[in-house]
Design a protein around this ligand. Structure first.
Ligand code: PLP
Length: 242
């Protein structure tokens, strides 16, 4: 018997409708773009509602919340960690989330090494890594700002040293003003696209682009996003974090 948390029938139908609406819009723009359902601060029963129709990619922002959801929910969920990564908690992710599909917010070489070295010890699966880039230049945003540091981290990821990490792509959040601006291209997304071209050429890669959230995922896909992270449009407004 399954002992997973169950949503009410009404909530389940609501979530399925929302998810399918977003998925249809995503796939109309690019059938290959991956939709990550961002379930942070939402109950596990919400996740099970979408799990029941085959959704497997979920995004979480807080290490403790992800660890407890991962323990409670099915093992074939592909978790994306998309929250601010603090050095102190990086090891916990590697150690306690065996079905961790990707960490999208890696913003330093030291954190990469912690993820890899801890994963080696626990003999877990390979973790996909997106390097987060600060494209907007805002102080409060995390992400690489300096190309040399980014490059050093890329070279570590491509080396034999990082056996438990796979360099999958680059990620950005972008400024709020760009996300709501109605005139044409999002300049922060454009910076990420340019950076991808540069890295692809230099290292002979075909990196994924993780950009786009509820406000701006359609524009992001138009500019080439292959991974969008959508929370509010699927799950509704989030409660405050306490
Ligand atoms: C919360 C969050 C999202 C989802 O945001 P919505 O606006 O609710 O779609 C996407 N990406 C990151 C990094 C987030 O922290």
């Amino acid at each position: 018997m399954s002992t997973y948390p169950e949503p009410t029938e009404q909530r389940k139908q609501e979530l399925i409708t929302n998810y399918n609406d977003v998925l249809a819009q995503v796939h109309a723009l690019n059938p290959k773009t991956n939709l990550v359902a961002v379930s942070k601060l939402k109950p596990s029963s919400d996740i099970m509602a979408l799990y029941s129709i085959g959704v497997r990619h979920f995004g979480e922002n807080y290490v403790q919340e992800l660890i407890s959801k991962a323990n409670e929910l099915p093992d074939d969920i592909q978790w994306h960690f998309i929250g601010g990564l603090q050095s102190g908690k990086t090891k916990d992710l590697s150690k306690h989330v065996k079905n961790l599909y990707a960490v999208e917010t890696v913003d330093g070489l030291k954190k990469c090494k912690q993820l890899n070295n801890t994963r080696e010890k626990v003999e877990g699966e390979v973790i996909n890594v997106f390097l987060q880039v600060n494209t907007s230049g805002e102080e409060q945003k995390s992400g690489f700002k300096n190309f040399e540091e980014l490059q050093e981290t890329v070279e570590y990821l491509l080396s034999d040293e990082s056996k438990k990490l796979n360099f999958l792509g680059i990620m950005t959040i972008g400024s709020f003003s760009e996300s709501v601006s109605k005139d044409g291209e999002n300049q922060d997304f454009k910076k990420l696209v340019d950076l991808k071209k540069q890295l692809d050429e230099k290292y002979n890669l075909d990196l994924q682009l993780s950009m786009g959230m509820s406000n701006d995922y359609e524009q992001a896909i138009k500019q080439g996003s292959t991974n969008v992270r959508v929370g509010t449009t699927i799950f509704g407004a989030r409660p405050p974090r306490n």
